[in-house]
Write a protein that binds this ligand. Structure first.
Ligand code: SF4
Length: 90
């Protein structure tokens, strides 16, 4: 069996780590909530509680983990289900 150069350079684990790291950086999404648009329905926090929280005081959604989208995998669903399109993924 022949492995690609990137995998044998410093061992298989290093190659896998670098590959996963590069994929993560390419697909990185940062969620942003437009507070002017947000109507405080709480849908995003229900769908993706690892990233969004409904602030009970001002009834606006907050992003509690800007780096959480790639791990949680639910930011796109939260954005798609926001009734006023207040969530963007940058
Ligand atoms: S789904 Fe949209 S409107 Fe509802 S709380 Fe989240 S950002 Fe606000």
């Amino acid at each position: 069996m022949t492995l690609p150069d990137e995998f044998v350079k410093f061992g298989v684990c290093y190659g896998v780590f670098e590959k996963v790291k590069s994929i993560g950086e390419e697909g990185k999404m940062t969620p942003v909530v437009d507070e002017e648009k947000c109507i405080g329905c709480g849908s995003c926090a229900d769908i993706c509680p690892a990233v969004f929280l409904l602030n009970e005081e001002n009834e606006k959604a907050e992003v509690i983990d800007e780096d959480g989208c790639d791990i949680a995998g639910c930011c796109e669903a939260a954005a798609e289900n926001c009734p006023v399109e207040a969530i963007t993924l940058e």
